[in-house]
Design a protein around this ligand. Structure first.
Ligand SMILES: Nc1ncnc2c1ncn2[C@@H]1O[C@H](COP(=O)(O)OP(=O)(O)OP(=O)(O)O)[C@@H](O)[C@H]1O
Length: 216
């Protein structure tokens, strides 16, 4: 369970949020919404352990993420505006690199042994994001939208329980959004959590996505 406890954040002498508290349980899909500049990215970065708060704390399974940093980062996949895609590696090599970095020997946070995905799964992940036929192109030669898709392909080979995704739908077409919706639902059904921001519509069935509004 993720809990945000009495968070306050001031940037540029402006209060972005004050005394903000909420919890997210296993199996939930949650969208942080708000206008441009409301503080969505700031909040997600704090939740990912990358930003400072003025007050309050973030806990994962009742432990402050700043004191249980290592365990938390084994369960967290954060996708921010900077995708971390390596320009000199091909799309396929980027996924192989991600897998090598994130597959710990031992137990998966999602239960059972940490799954090591074979080459087929990596090819398939790239196909899911519409990059079939572009697997061997250096990422630096792909468009910005295609590089973003390489980053999103990591979700298909992720053992992490908590996905924190800042604008994952940027440059993704409607069909791509439907594919991601199905992936997010499957992740929630196996006990995962998705916390995201987006300015696009997703999940026509509003029961599937809980919304938390900033800047009311
Ligand atoms: N490091 C920083 N120093 C000063 N101000 C900052 C910093 N980071 C963010 N801000 C300010 O905080 C406010 C919130 O920014 P943030 O990126 O969190 O908004 P957002 O809700 O994600 O916006 P958008 O929908 O446009 O992506 C903005 O006014 C921004 O200028």
């Amino acid at each position: 369970m993720l809990s945000v406890e009495k968070l306050s954040c001031i940037r540029d002498e402006r209060v972005l949020f004050d005394d903000l508290s909420f919890t997210v349980e296993s199996g939930e899909l949650v969208q942080i919404e708000g206008h441009n500049g409301a503080g969505k990215t700031t909040l997600l970065r704090i939740i990912a352990g990358l930003g400072n708060t003025d007050e309050g704390r973030v806990c994962w399974n009742q432990e402050d993420i700043l004191s249980a940093r290592e365990e938390y980062h084994q369960e967290l996949l954060f996708l921010g505006h900077q995708t971390g895609v390596k320009r000199e590696l091909t799309a396929f090599e980027n996924l192989a690199f991600f897998q090598a970095m994130h597959t710990e020997v031992g137990e998966s946070p999602l239960g059972g042994s940490a799954q090591v995905f074979g080459d087929d799964a990596l090819w398939q992940a790239l196909a899911h994001v519409g990059l079939a036929g572009r697997e061997d192109v250096p990422a630096g030669q792909l468009s910005a939208g295609q590089q973003r898709r390489v980053a999103l392909a990591r979700l298909w080979i992720s053992n992490h329980r908590l996905w924190v995704l800042d604008e994952p739908l940027t440059a993704i077409d409607k069909q791509g959004v439907r594919v991601l919706e199905r992936l997010f639902l499957a992740h929630a059904q196996r006990g995962g959590i998705v916390l995201l921001t987006t300015h696009q519509d997703m999940f026509t069935d509003s029961d599937q996505l809980r919304k938390i509004k900033l800047g009311q």
